[in-house]
Design a protein around this ligand. Structure first.
Ligand code: PBG
Length: 329
């Protein structure tokens, strides 16, 4: 055949493929989401997320030393609380679990970028990210509570707060609250385009934070998280969060929303994060257990796809493992 173009020339050997490879996954791109719990010497395996643990503060510090030594520069903390109430009182406790974790981590590993989740769901009896007023998730009252929560994290020394609640105006309110208290250097990683997704199931198991049923309040998060069918609305949410002072914007989940990541990357000149969520983690584990996909290749292929779509940084439960692979390459 008389062919001018033979793209296969550039696929003949691994060194040639390496030369033309367009996307590289780096350890510096990874953010490790981690769960903290009360106690000492605790590494409690999470049933719904095999391979992940709830760490007591001392164990969290040990684990983060290892993770940092592997080159991972950032962790994102979620608190597991058994002390839940309607007002999420424990969320803002200056001596609460996440606040103590942040203090301990910053003391032990000053250059680790410590990020904390800001949302009320792990601390509310009803499981919503905000407060309930008159049977609804009330926006403005929730934002006030979220500001108090973010401030308590800033006081504990976190590098970034990560509001994951999807209330309107919370990024601006948190920015304002942080600045008013002198926390000008605390960054905001905003969950900007967060969808009402089925893929959060294992995470809600890990924190016992699923919305309650049969109590006359919303049984899902669709009045604040976004409709999976929408992308124009995602662009609006991202634009608003940037205007309100977000340092980094996030799309979540990742795999089913690669088009959203790509559009956001094209349209805005700010760093973009993607969260490969617990259900994505679970799908890879479950399919590989059945021998349907190769586990390690599935992990790398999906992470590279998320980067190729345009994410600068990725929250992934595989962060430690992938860092080990990248370190031994
Ligand atoms: C809640 C929150 C959720 C996740 C991160 N923060 C769950 C939810 O919105 O119900 C999901 C993370 C994951 O599934 O890995 N503020």
């Amino acid at each position: 055949m008389d062919l001018i173009h033979r793209p296969r020339r550039l696929r003949r050997t691994e060194p040639v493929r390496a030369l033309v490879r367009e996307t590289a996954l780096n350890v510096g791109d990874l953010i490790y989401p981690m769960f903290v719990a009360e106690g000492e010497g605790v590494r409690d395996p999470i049933d719904s997320m095999p391979g992940q643990f709830r760490f007591s503060v001392d164990e969290l510090v040990k684990e983060c030393r290892e993770v940092r030594a592997l080159g991972v520069g950032a962790v994102n903390l979620f608190g597991y609380s058994e002390e839940k109430d309607a007002q999420a009182t424990r969320a803002c406790d200056p001596d609460g679990l996440v606040q103590r974790s942040a203090r301990a981590l910053k003391a032990a590993l000053p250059d680790l970028c410590v990020q904390t989740d800001v949302a009320l769901d792990p601390y509310t009896t009803h499981g919503h990210d905000g407060l309930i007023v008159n049977g609804e998730v009330a926006n403005d009252e929730s934002v006030e509570a979220l500001c108090r929560m973010a401030l308590s994290h800033a006081e504990a020394g976190v590098d970034w707060v990560a509001p994951s609640d999807m209330m309107d105006g919370r990024v601006g309110a948190i920015r304002h609250a942080l600045d008013a208290s002198g926390f000008k250097d605390v960054g905001i990683l905003a969950y900007s385009a967060k969808y009402a997704s089925c893929f959060y199931g294992p995470f809600r198991g890990a924190l016992k934070s699923a919305p309650v049923k049969g109590q006359g309040i919303p049984e899902d998060k669709k009045t604040y998280q976004m409709d999976p069918a929408n992308i124009r609305e995602a662009m609006k949410e991202i634009a608003l969060d940037i205007e309100e002072g977000a340092d980094v914007v996030m799309v979540k989940p990742a795999l089913a929303y690669l088009d959203v990541i790509a559009r956001v990357r094209e349209a805005f000149d700010v760093p973009v994060a993607a969260y490969s969520v617990s259900g994505e983690y679970g799908m890879i584990l479950a399919a590989s257990e059945r021998g349907w996909v190769d586990r390690d290749r599935a992990i790398l292929e999906t992470l590279v796809a998320i980067k190729r779509a345009g994410a600068d940084m990725i929250l992934t439960y595989f962060a430690k493992e992938v860092a080990q692979w990248l370190a031994s390459d």
